[in-house]
Design a protein. Structure first.
Length: 292
């Protein structure tokens, strides 16, 4: 059975993968975008999406159509000198307006794509946590049903060039002489983007059918590797001779040293799991190179 979704963040890395997957299933995808946003990540799927101006009031966007769920995947990481007020607006103020508009329109489910990072780490992590806690409270008060999805380290082709995984990959594809890293002792749960999207859609379907007022589920492979291991595996996948300069950069203040998704909810609903790190790296390299 097809469904009608309102998706935010559809022009971003993860959101564009979600939008394409939903459209490929035959679901009706409505999405918000700013006038300046590029549709390049969506390819031909952009034409199948009903677009809404993100500058419109949230109640106008949500009240005009009957949605089965709102999926909030938009985010602002606060990179490149982004102003704190912009980070707060994207990660807290705007989703608050969407959540309350969804309540008023009696949308059955609100899906929040969250982060597992500790709130003290950055303005991004802090504002994401603040909204997730508010959404949980609204669900527990019976205002709306909420699915909160804690994404771990999603990687794959087409990600932002400024993110660690892509900056490293592009340096390796150029076969740069060296690449500066921290000591690399942090552990992360790296999950390939196609597998993360599949997990999200399964969770949305489950949450819609379960009737539970609130559900939190982690999305990852359920196992972690160090950043050193990830970088070395990615270098092997590219065949580069780039020197990985571990220790050239310091750890961030308050650095999260261990992260791993609790995938028990996913396992309980029959998710087959994610591909291996090596398989994900190989696919990312193949698609970034443009191989057939």
């Amino acid at each position: 059975m097809t469904a009608r979704y309102l998706l935010t963040g559809a022009t971003g890395f993860f959101g564009s993968h979600v939008a394409r997957a939903l459209a490929a299933r035959g679901d009706a995808v409505h999405a918000t975008r700013r006038a300046s946003s590029s549709l390049a990540r969506l390819g031909n799927a952009a034409a199948a999406i009903h677009w809404h101006d993100a500058a419109e009031p949230a109640d106008c966007i949500i009240g005009a159509t009957t949605f089965d769920a709102v999926i909030h995947a938009a985010t602002d990481y606060g990179r490149a000198g982004a102003h704190a007020s912009t980070v707060e607006w994207v990660n807290f103020t705007w989703p608050m307006a969407l959540l309350h508009a969804a309540e008023a329109a009696r949308v059955p489910l609100f899906v929040n794509v969250d982060t597992s990072l500790p709130p003290a780490l950055s303005a991004y992590a802090g504002t994401k946590r603040s909204f997730a806690e508010h959404a949980r409270d609204r669900a527990e008060w019976g205002a709306i049903r909420v699915l909160n999805v804690g994404l771990e380290s999603v990687f794959g082709p087409g990600d932002d060039a400024a993110k660690f995984q892509m900056a490293l990959l592009h340096a390796l594809l150029r076969n740069d002489p060296s690449f500066a890293l921290t000591p690399g002792g942090q552990s992360r749960d790296y999950v390939f983007v196609d597998d993360a999207v599949d997990a999200l859609i399964r969770l949305v379907t489950h949450a819609a059918a379960s009737g539970a007022p609130y559900l939190h589920a982690g999305v990852g492979r359920g196992e972690s590797v160090t950043i050193r291991q990830f970088a070395e595996a990615l270098r092997a996948a590219t065949g580069a001779t780039t020197r990985l300069d571990f220790g050239a950069l310091p750890y961030r203040p308050g650095e999260l040293m261990e992260a791993r998704a609790d995938v028990s909810v996913l396992r309980a609903i029959g998710w087959p799991g994610a591909r291996s790190l090596d398989a994900g790296n190989a696919e990312m390299v193949r698609r970034e190179r443009g191989d057939a």
